[in-house]
Ligand binder design. Sequence first.
Ligand code: UDX
Length: 453
Amino acid sequence: MRITIFGTGYVGLVTGACFAEVGNHVVCVDVDGDKIARLNRGEVPIYEPGLEALVARNRAAGRLVFTTDAAEGVAHGRFQFIAVGTPPDEDGSADLRHVLAVAGTIAEHMEDFKVVVDKSTVPVGTADRVRETVAAGLAERGTQVPFAVVSNPEFLKEGAAVEDFMKPDRVILGTDDERSAELLRALYAPFNRNHDRLIVMDVRSAELTKYAANAMLATKISFMNELANIADRVGADIERVRIGIGSDPRIGYHFIYPGAGYGGSCFPKDVKALARTAYDVDYTPQLLQAVEDVNDRQKHYLFSRIREHFRGELAGRTFALWGLAFKPNTDDMREAASRRLMESLWEAGARVQAHDPKAMAETRRVYGERPELALVDSPEAALEGADALVILTEWNLFRSPDFETIRERLSAPVIFDGRNLYDPEILAGLGFHYYAVGRPLRAPAVDGAEERA
Ligand code: UDX
């Protein structure tokens, strides 16, 4: 089948490469000429496991083409996927400028029946606006060409995006048009194995489903972070509580890890956008508001602990940071907990020595060269002479470090762990001041931290 994808970000690129992988002919269009040139040289601008090989293989086979030529793109595909960004406006609502611009472009060039598919995360009612925009564009040309608009939200996770696309839990199709539903069913057939994973519904419900899924997941995290704060104050261990509640299948073990607050390109943006939608229809979204507030506070959690430990004296200190990306297996820094922490530390006059297996180039891009930030090429190098170690991303590399080395290289044995990677008993036994999220502090067996701090 012939497919056109507008937008070569995470969603567009993964969608294009995966559709090509099962034998379709895919044209990816982007207005960013640099990005297209890089893709045409075989460079994949984002780190996503498996993606580079997929792109290379399908480009070589001629099934995956990158272009800035929108006319070529519209002419190519029966399916026209819209996978462009929807950044938040100042008021938190999703900015639909790019989505509607693509709809206009499709209308400008289309000559035969097209299925326009919304893959971008867009507020309820967007498919109607896309339909209106395409219709208006056709009217302007004085032509009548049939088309349908379908909502097909994406549920991929960064770091597992290719896998999620190839083996989806579900494919949501929002449409009231039988013909498009059948065409999309055929398009998704290679990914729809073992049992039927296609869920067809009306357009608005499909649009809301995407937000509902992300808001539910964000709610689980904020709930656990709230509980972690309560655990701190009552002397309980949130990790034991997590295991205790997860054993109830109605609650489950997934996605109930407390931490330094959720980040990424989806949760923060989508919770805000859904709240905005609610306000727009005169409903006060109390729970969503709280989910966001709790997360905001949580991003400050480690900094508060650090400030307390050093009794407010942070100026001139150096902190080792392990992990910069908002989660492992990605180089994405959007809304990463590391950013808020680094910025607070800098504001307090401290320096940061950081290591991340994938996100250092991105960190450099975001913050540029600055004296208060050293990006170093190993976790051990980050420790050198630092006053404490702070862990922000649970990369596997950090799960089983040599604590002896950590103790030797830090100027005092102090760890602030935003991901609860280690056993507090063991760390106390090794003489560390070990601060985790929602876990009681245990006095270090061999003290040395206070005098040297
Ligand atoms: C998310 C959804 O999972 C995905 O289905 C949707 O399509 C896009 O948004 P992603 O943003 O890639 O995907 O990351 P995810 O793995 O969901 O993690 C989001 C954030 O929540 C990370 O900062 C992570 O550290 C945090 N998190 C996750 C927790 O703090 N605790 C948890 O238990 C799980």
